[in-house]
Design a protein around this ligand. Structure first.
Ligand SMILES: *Cc1c(COP(=O)(O)O)cnc(C)c1O
Length: 371
């Protein structure tokens, strides 16, 4: 059974099958009522998300990128402001800064692949207005250091927690440290919908009010236009699906953590690899392992070898960090990011994988390096 198996990187089909009856019932129920836009399921999902994260307000929006754009606008980021963004992130993080007229200034990451506070300090100028810490791969950065810097220089914090719903630093949830925090429900995210979706959380009533209007053509809840807005609502059908998924979310996180523990135990002695911190070795952090991102010596050969053995891996964003896209002309000095961009890759990790599959992947990796 273990030989000749194929391990896809992600398995949408199986993920659907696991709860197919429940999903079909939800879809039928919403469609029978024609409750497509701004329905009660959206309100219910927002309440659940607020309770889950501990943030006072949660607002569903069209996707994680819109969440960032509206988040930046709601804290007043505008033309010619500079916003600090780690170079090791999805293009959407920097694009959102660009789309509000501001300038993304790229900073380095550390060995944890998260924003490096020292690099942040060095990049601050008189125009810097905000920091976007990206809680990448399901891990929350050391937010004590980021908050200290933001207090010292009076900078806004917009947390890109697209990959980190449920992740914690010192018992506090990703997305709740800054002025606003954003999430993505892209299908392969830990809480994935059946299409695009996103959300913003905040503890600030006025910011929440602005975001609710921004996502719905500038309309307040009474229907009055209070400013320019967008069509950036989260579909009610998506909200209904996500609401169900959020109920069973803690179990799926636990599965990810259990599988990550196997990777960690089996691979930690391999000198050619740098691994994420194992789930049982974390003191202040609680990772949800959206991704299991490693640094691997001889990466291209390893990927090829694993593929020959039926194992599909991925290099996030095709192996390019944001400073490496020539068309964007954002080249900067980010030495760690530059170095690790040649070795980083993702091993399969999702809740439909089983222990034996992770063991099989580990067997092959060990065989590749140890021979
Ligand atoms: C997925 C992702 C986004 C964008 O989310 P979408 O819902 O795809 O728009 C932003 N930042 C990071 C780090 C992401 O992984």
């Amino acid at each position: 059974m273990i030989n000749n198996q194929r391990i896809p990187f992600f398995n949408y089909q199986q993920l659907f099958k696991d709860h197919a009856q429940e999903y079909l019932k939800i879809i039928e129920d919403v469609c029978e009522r024609g409750a497509y836009i701004m329905g009660e399921e959206l309100t219910l999902f927002e309440q659940k998300l607020s309770r889950y994260t501990g943030a006072k307000y949660a607002i569903g929006v069209a996707d994680g990128t819109m969440a960032l754009i509206l988040g930046l606008m709601s804290v007043g980021i505008q033309k010619d402001d500079e916003v600090l963004v780690p170079s090791h992130t999805f293009i959407a993080t920097a694009a959102s800064v660009h789309h509000v007229g501001a300038k993304p200034v790229l900073v380095d990451c550390g060995r944890d692949h998260l924003i490096d506070p020292e690099s942040v300090r060095k990049a601050i100028t008189s125009r810097t207005r905000a920091i976007i810490p990206v809680q990448l791969n399901g891990r929350t950065a050391n937010m004590d250091k980021i908050l200290e810097i933001s207090a010292q220089y009076d900078l806004k914090i917009v947390e890109d927690a697209a990959q980190a719903l449920g992740s914690k630093f010192k018992e506090k949830m990703a997305g709740t440290f800054g002025d606003v925090g954003t999430f993505s429900f892209y299908p392969s995210k830990t809480l994935g919908g059946f299409g695009d979706g996103g959300a913003i959380v905040t503890n600030d009533e006025h910011i929440a009010y602005k975001i609710r209007a921004l996502r719905d053509h500038g309309r307040s809840e009474s229907g009055e236009i209070i400013g320019w807005g967008f069509n950036a609502r989260l579909d009610n059908l998506q909200a209904a699906i996500l609401s169900f998924k959020l109920d069973v979310y803690p179990e799926s996180i636990q599965k990810r953590r259990n599988l990550a523990a196997i990777y960690h135990e089996r691979l930690k002695e391999i000198k050619q690899l740098i691994l994420p911190v194992g789930p049982d070795e974390q003191v202040n952090h609680y990772d949800i392992y959206q991704n299991y991102e490693i640094e691997a010596e001889n990466r291209e050969e390893l990927i090829k070898y694993l593929r020959e053995n039926g194992i599909n891996t991925i290099i996030q964003w095709g192996g390019n960090c944001i400073h490496q896209f020539p068309a964007l002309k954002l080249s900067v000095n980010v030495p760690y990011t530059e170095k690790m961009s040649k070795s980083y890759m993702l091993l399969p990790l999702n809740p439909v994988l089983i222990k034996q599959e992770i063991e099989y992947i580990c067997d092959k990796i060990i065989k590749f390096y140890i021979k």
